[in-house]
Write a protein that binds this ligand. Structure first.
Ligand code: RRO
Length: 297
């Protein structure tokens, strides 16, 4: 078992928010999905107070060893999520973490109050790091903005609050410390790195949202460094992610200081990647234990 902010998980493997849709997967695979659910805790796609259409297409661009997305937070809004999605997500065989994003403190207050009041919800992730909203505002790029938001939200729920950090900050460890000081229970990192691609013929931006967020193995070394420096700067647990595609990658993030890891872009290529990575991680950990105890090499 793994303790994540007081919530007991079967293991350390989560999904990155927005990279796995278990409602669609259940429509395709039926109840088999529940028997072989690939994650030890499920993190929802980020929701906002009002429904959103998201960014115009195209929304994806493949890079060498990575992906740029400019999805733009399409979602049903708080009411639609609570009425339609939450009952289905509550049937998953893993604790539920709901990811929320607000455009100001008042929106965040309503999201955290209403989501935090639902017993189906084990944890709340505060997404302060979406790179793809039209305001360009990334609350989590600034330590004092982050502290001010977390302080306003902390009294509104007893559920653990996890702050999702952006890699697009001058000093992610300073933001992490600010979040911890204001009462955050955990941190997740990294969100995507800002990037863009041009249409090969017109030379205009390819993505409908002009810029996007880069993920996948291309960002893994950057993510590993940030998980390492942030985990050293705080006492609260961190969830490490960024291009994890194998058990060896997962073991690296745990060694760098993460309590849990999350699989994101790899699940687009292989929806069962979470289960494979968990199994590989078990093998890697067992081999490392045998090695350090002088056993089989
Ligand atoms: O929806 C998105 O475009 C998006 C979000 Br909310 C996020 O947090 N990170 C990202 O790469 N894309």
């Amino acid at each position: 078992m793994v303790d994540l902010c007081g919530v007991q998980l079967r293991g350390p493997v989560l999904n990155g928010s927005g990279t796995y849709d278990p409602i669609a997967a259940r429509r395709t695979f039926g109840d088999e999905l529940l028997e072989r659910f690939p994650f030890d805790c499920f993190v929802s796609k980020t929701i906002t107070l009002a429904p959103r259409q998201g960014n115009p297409p195209p929304r994806l661009w493949e890079t060498p060893a990575g992906l740029i997305n400019s999805i733009g937070l399409p979602n049903k809004g708080l009411e639609g999520f609570l009425a339609e999605d939450l009952p289905k997500l509550a049937e998953l065989p893993a604790p539920l973490c709901v990811s929320v994003m607000g455009f100001d403190h008042e929106e965040l207050r309503r999201l955290v109050t209403e989501v935090g009041a639902r017993e189906e919800v084990a944890l709340i992730e505060l997404n302060f790091s979406c790179p793809n909203v039209e305001t360009g505002l990334i609350m989590g790029a600034d330590p004092s903005e982050t502290a001010s938001a977390v302080s306003a939200l902390r009294p509104l729920t007893t559920k653990p609050l996890i702050v999702k950090l952006t890699p697009n900050a001058t000093d992610p460890a300073a933001v992490a410390k600010a979040a911890e000081g204001a009462g955050a229970d955990g941190l997740s990192l990294i969100n995507t790195l800002k990037g863009m691609a041009l249409h090969p013929r017109t030379r205009q931006p390819w993505l409908g949202g002009t810029t996007g967020g880069v993920s996948g193995p291309a960002v893994r070394a950057v993510a590993l460094e940030q998980v390492h420096s942030v985990s050293r700067a705080v006492r609260i647990p961190t969830i490490g992610m960024g291009g994890i595609a194998s058990g060896r990658d997962a073991a690296d993030f745990l060694s760098a200081g993460a309590t849990c890891i999350a699989v994101g872009t790899e699940s687009f290529r292989d929806p069962t990647a979470g289960a494979r990575i968990a199994a590989e991680l078990e093998l890697v950990s067992r081999k490392e234990r045998e090695f350090s105890s002088g056993g089989v090499r």
